[in-house]
Design a protein around this ligand. Structure first.
Ligand SMILES: [Zn+2]
Ligand SMILES: [Zn+2]
Length: 313
């Protein structure tokens, strides 16, 4: 895992993990969605992030096409940062992250809640297949693996280490637990493979071409975080997803589908999800648990928690 500086082609999936597998970036997007933050000072105020770090993340979001920088009406050389359509399209990823946090993490209570405007239902949505309209559980979808593409994910380009990034410790932007699963490429791939049914150490290792040391470390961390659990079966050690780990499935499904949106011209590089029930690629979508209708971005509202009040500092 020391390929920084190589000329390997960029894997779209790797770019997505690098961009969105970051606590501050998720916090920036959250404030943009929930509080309609658009100014540098608003994010400084809400996240407490060091200015240089915030600048770097906003620049990355602009370069990746999720935000656009626009001069303020009367602000001299100041700019607003506005979500583009591609940025808006991350709402299902964010909603899935929040839903997971609310269900599985003590930090979750500070995450926003999704409200379906059409029926008034509030609470986490269900995952459905947009092609056939059926509800989708972890076991209802298959991850199609192209091994070469997985290696490409791991090796492509240069990656930023989020693990060693300075902690941004304001209580309302903690995504610590979910970042153990999506915060770097190896963890994301190990979790993704586990979601696709891979269980044995040797299988993870041969698919990912990962060093035993790195794999042991990631499997250990994911087990500590109760995303995986170790079991001895048939003389071999297996790593099986816990319910908490299986709950990550919608996040991965939306990360993959957003990647296709963000890289429409890319060759089909990387893992894809198939929905055997309808024989099609899984088109992940969110369904309201109140009225059972597919949710659109324009039919939902994000409410901060506690409702309508600012978080204590
Ligand atoms: Zn389907
Ligand atoms: Zn509804």
């Amino acid at each position: 895992m020391t390929e920084s500086g190589t000329t390997a082609p960029q894997s779209p999936v790797a770019q997505t993990i690098d961009l969105l597998g970051d606590r501050l970036t998720l916090a920036i997007l959250r404030e943009a969605f929930v509080d309609h933050a658009r100014r540098f000072s608003q994010w400084i105020d809400r996240t407490g992030a060091p200015p240089a770090m915030l600048t770097a993340r906003l620049t990355a979001l602009v370069e990746a096409g999720l935000m656009e920088r626009r001069p303020q009406q009367n602000g001299g050389d100041r700019h607003d940062y506005l979500l583009t359509e591609l940025g808006m399209a991350t709402w299902e990823i964010l909603a899935s992250v929040w839903a997971w946090q609310r269900e599985w993490s003590p930090e979750g209570l500070v995450q926003p809640e999704l409200v379906h405007i059409d029926c008034g239902h509030r609470g986490p949505p269900a995952l459905m297949c947009g092609h056939c309209g059926r509800a989708v559980g972890t076991r209802d979808a298959q991850l199609e693996l192209d091994r070469a593409s997985l290696v490409l994910v791991a090796r492509s380009g240069r990656r930023r280490s989020t693990r060693n990034a300075p902690s941004v410790s304001r209580v309302d932007l903690q995504f610590t637990e979910v970042m153990e699963a999506i915060g770097d490429r190896w963890s994301a791939m190990v979790t993704g493979l586990a979601l696709s049914g891979v269980r044995r150490f040797g299988e993870f290792q041969s698919i990912l071409s990962i060093s035993p040391t790195t794999l042991t470390e990631r499997l250990g961390r994911l087990s500590e975080m109760q995303i995986l659990t170790r079991s001895e079966r048939g003389g071999g050690r297996e790593y099986v997803l816990t319910p908490r780990g299986r709950g990550l499935f919608p996040i991965f499904a939306f990360l993959l589908s957003w990647t296709e949106l963000a890289h429409p011209d890319a060759l089909p590089l990387g893992p894809r999800l198939r929905h055997p029930d309808c024989g099609s690629w899984l088109l992940p979508a969110l369904r309201c648990r109140g009225c059972e209708v597919a949710m659109e971005r324009t039919s939902v509202r994000f409410e901060p928690f506690p409702f309508g009040t600012r978080l204590p500092r």
